[in-house]
Design a protein around this ligand. Sequence first.
Ligand code: SF4
Ligand code: SF4
Length: 616
Amino acid sequence: MPASNPSRLFLSGNEAVARAVWESGCKVAAAYPGTPSTEMLEVISTYPEIYSEWSVNEKVALEVAIGAAFAGSRAFCAMKHVGMNVASDALMTLTLTGVIGGLVIAIADDVGLSSSQNEQDSRFWGRFAHLPVFEPADSQEAYEMTKLAFDFSEQHQVPVILRMTTRINHVKGLVSVGTRAEHPNLGGFKKDPARWVMTPAGAGRRIPLMFERDVALAAAAEVSPLNSVESGRDRRVGFVASGPTYMHVKESFPDAPVLKLGFSCPVPVEKIRTFAATVDKLIVVEEVEPLVEKELKAAGIACHGKDLLPKQGELAPNVLRPAIAKLLGEPAPEHLAPPAPVFPRPPTMCVACPHLGVYYTLSQIKNITISGDIGCYTLGAGHPWNALDTTISMGASMGIALGLDKGRGEADKDKRILAVIGDSTFLHMGMQGLLDIVYNRGNVTVLLLDNRAVGMTGGQPDPGSGRDIHGEPAPRVDFAKLVEALGVKKERIHVVDPYQLPVLFKAIREEIKIPEVSVIITDQPCVLIDDYKKQKPYEVLDAKCTGCGNCIEVGCPAIHVVRREKAIKPSGKEVELQFVRIETSVCTGCGLCVQPCAPDAIVPADPSKPIRLVKH
Ligand code: SF4
Ligand code: SF4
């Protein structure tokens, strides 16, 4: 529950933003979950004063926030960097209308690609949409800048982008917080079609106002206390940095002068020009793109940046120090802290995940091309399934599958095309793609893996789960009816249990032979949500196990190889046998691995036996 009295709290950047949203008197908040942004809305949903929702996608989330801001209330929406690609259609017109109630849009950039399909730099949206960008460097700043952003948004009637990165989103720090101040609604929605209805003529009249606003924003950035100079004794180099790069610069070069950009778009060019004159060499430290660097060079300010520093990944001290030492003609520092030892754990599916059966089955079917999607499904590209052939973006599996079908060459003429998509991803962006397949008579078999949650980001509810953001009952979409409404023939729609491998195998084998669109829906819940029911665990009878390795192909992390042996087959071929053990403490008894075990070596574990933990 939120603290009611001013105090210091230990908060991640996401939690700090959520706290500030609440204190700012925000009325409406919306998001689609996505690492590293998810926790902002999760925390906001605990504040009863704010209407909060998981929207079906980021565009809808932004539209909900826009509507609230048009109605005069403070509003907030959050998304990960790729989410803004989805929301940008609304953003690029929102910049013309502006807002009444303060609107803050938090975008979380996954610098370093911890769980994303690209590393795009969201600061571009500020330039593209002529919007101010604030960049916090720690949790305290995330809190303070969010509050300032609401005020700034109302003062200039412009939405403010709060650009965060994974390091700021997830790292915790002490934050001095206050209390919620109710913020009055700013007069309700006032009819003004010339402002709110963006016909070509109306939009054309608003564009000059946007350029006028640019001038005001640039002037505000020049004098903003968020852009501050910190003097230093060693003036051989001076840094321009924002967000987490400021922290990296301070740690690497504590004696160097730094111009810290908190309000980084529009760039306060004259402030930086004055600063540049006080140091021998100016270095712009920016993660991902040389955005500020290019703007400074265009303004005739000499500086270094990406000529020294990598364009990919975080610019931590172990990257910064050697690069700057080279510029200064000094030897590279020797005593860099070694990376913290972490257990090497490649991403994989959970024990008993219902998708295991799907990917195991797909891995057994030959002559198919599989178009994959974003979410847990992406893991199907890994070992042991190696099942996916493409993955581009949220919901793209549908359209890409149609393209693979329509664009097939002679080499692919007999290949079957499958598309795999999850429930949340389907509702987010996949539905239109399926409609397109139906409308254009594509020959695609769609596997719609309904696990009743946004599994990859931690099991948040979606319209397929029957629950809302607070865990309250909500209408649950019926996927079979939905896909039928999109035009898929009733006889081409199958709902199957993904733990029943023969049933799943038969459904896929039959449908890929039929030259029209089919949808196979799997209907077992994600193992991380409450709906999942555990069964009694299984164990392996060592005396019966032949080491065939079939159960390993299922890919359940509860199955461990404990012994390998070489053997000669009757054909004379040498094979490696893999004898296994099941970690009974985590096995949920889903029964998937039992099915491919020919000698029935996998049996219910004897509950009277103590749990055996596998030693790595
Ligand atoms: S029954 Fe097999 S596949 Fe299912 S959780 Fe246990 S070990 Fe994993
Ligand atoms: S499938 Fe059965 S026989 Fe083969 S390795 Fe697994 S437990 Fe042993």
